[in-house]
Design a protein around this ligand. Structure first.
Ligand code: AMP
Ligand code: MG
Length: 469
């Protein structure tokens, strides 16, 4: 038995990466292996031993490497970032396509700068829970194949147990990967990267303009999908934006509870740059950096790159209206849909009502429950409800189906994620396992798990999240 590796990134020119095996750890022990995902990748779960998942043993066929990339962090350009605490083992080309298998927390690499190349169990648990939850919500994302502890301590604000996450991604190529070659005026590198990205992710693109067009379409949809479940990424730096259109790099991310468009959780986001409402603007800004990188390849088509980039706000607005129309059970589109959605969001912001619960109960309203009216108790909401009831008359079954598939009952609530992390810090993974099981079926009624539906009490509320790397 072997893992069926086929490592296309390792076949790119030498300057794309540094060959780098993971650094072995003291005492690997498995926290979790995602067997369903292993099977979907064509990997026999029996291959996923603690030694392989911790990097103590490099599986046959792997060509471990740390990838080079650059990026804008909070608006400031850093010409070299790269995999400082992650090693790409290789790619598998299995039943559901080609995927990277990466060990995150695998030790120092030439890109580690001052860092230790390690991850604490908390951020590993958080990324595992939230990325798998995103997948279950139907949102494109990297995934978690496994988590192991290392038997070593990592030093952060306090000493914490070390861990390694096995991350699966359709690729780890970022906007910052393009910026790395652009910053070096390496046109050949840019061309090789572009060819690789087209072959791997966008086979219908025939050059930089059509590639940019396809990338911005995926990002517009992705950001709208995030916002429709109240997700706040937290560090939308250009190195944390995947070219594939998947959500990547779950650092200080969080799901909003009480709705307010300016919500921010990340401790390092002091100016609200990456707040819920700013995400499309930041995505557009990041994509303009990508467009800049494509200029040297565009020949006489630079104007077309600009025109393509300028489509982003309209693409996003359309995706946002589509996503929220589903949440509201609007089967047929009307001119005032966008206005109606906006009016509701203003009401929800004034009420500070729990975003997820509101839409859950709005869904239940069509099924005959009037609980939603106790969540928001204002006359302007009553007027809005009258308008919505009129707008959604008829075809109740189809509307209910649409709303049930768009309005999750279960999201990774911050206090639950926190609870799983605190327990994991002392070696108890039961809350982590339980939360994963609940979040695997976010749209299903699970009366036995009703406690996972509700927002934090005042005592449990999480106001700030940390990168914790
Ligand atoms: P992030 O903020 O997680 O997107 O990471 C930004 C950069 O810092 C990337 O180049 C990471 O590889 C690097 N980095 C983050 N944490 C560590 C660490 N503990 N050791 C080494 N490099 C790190
Ligand atoms: Mg990152």
């Amino acid at each position: 038995m072997t893992i069926p590796f086929d490592n296309s990134y390792a076949r790119l020119p030498d300057r794309f990466y540094v060959a780098q095996p993971p650094v072995p750890v003291a005492a690997p022990a498995i926290i979790a292996v995602n067997e369903g995902l292993a099977q979907a990748l064509g990997i026999d779960p029996a291959m996923l031993t603690a030694d392989i998942l911790a990097g103590n043993e490099v599986p046959k066929g792997a060509s471990p490497l740390a990838a080079a990339y650059a990026g804008h962090q909070f608006g400031g350009f850093v010409p070299q970032l790269g995999d400082g605490r992650a090693v790409l083992l290789g790619e598998v080309d299995g039943p559901s396509g080609r995927f990277d298998i990466q060990l995150k927390g695998a030790g120092r690499t030439p890109f580690s700068r001052g860092g230790d190349g390690r991850a604490a169990v908390g951020p590993v648990i958080r990324e595992y829970i939230v990325s798998e939850a995103m997948h279950a919500l139907g949102i494109p994302t990297t995934r978690a194949l496994a988590a192991v502890t290392t038997g070593e301590v990592v030093h952060r604000e306090t000493d914490l147990p070390g861990a390694v996450l096995t991350r699966v991604a359709s690729s780890h190529i970022r906007v910052g990967t393009f910026q790395y070659f652009y910053a070096r005026q390496d046109q050949e590198g840019l061309q090789a990267l572009t060819d690789h990205v087209i072959a791997r992710h966008y086979p219908d693109a025939d050059g930089p303009v059509t590639l940019l067009s396809a990338i911005i379409e995926r990002q517009a949809t992705l950001i709208a999908q995030w916002m429709a479940v109240g997700f706040i990424h937290g560090v939308m730096n250009t190195d944390n934006m995947a070219i594939s259109g998947d959500t990547i790099d779950f650092g200080p991310c969080a799901f909003m509870e009480g709705y307010h468009p300016d919500t921010v959780f990340s401790s390092i986001d002091r100016n609200g740059r990456y707040s819920w409402i700013n995400q499309p603007k930041i995505a557009h800004w990041n994509l303009s950096q990508l467009a800049t990188c494509l200029v040297p390849l565009a020949g006489g088509k630079v104007d077309e790159l600009q025109t393509t980039l300028n489509r982003f706000p309209d693409l996003f607005d359309a995706a946002f209206v589509t996503a929220f129309s589903r949440k509201l059970g609007l089967i047929e589109t009307q001119d005032d849909d966008s206005e109606m959605i906006g009016a509701l969001l203003r009401i929800l912001a004034d009420a500070g009502v729990d975003f997820t619960l509101f839409f859950r109960h709005l869904t239940a309203f069509l099924g005959g429950s009037d609980h939603v009216q106790t969540l928001v108790d204002t006359s302007v909401f009553t007027d809005w409800m009258d308008r919505w009831v009129e707008r959604t008359s008829g075809e109740t079954k189809a509307r209910l189906a649409l709303m049930r598939a768009a309005n999750p009952i279960f999201i990774p609530r911050n206090h639950r994620v926190e609870e799983a992390i605190v327990a994991a810090n002392s070696g108890n993974y039961a809350p982590f396992q339980k939360l994963n099981a609940v979040l695997a079926r976010p749209f299903d009624e699970q009366p036995e798990n009703a406690a996972y539906e509700t927002p934090a009490t005042k005592d449990e509320e999480v106001h700030v999240t940390f990168c914790g790397t």
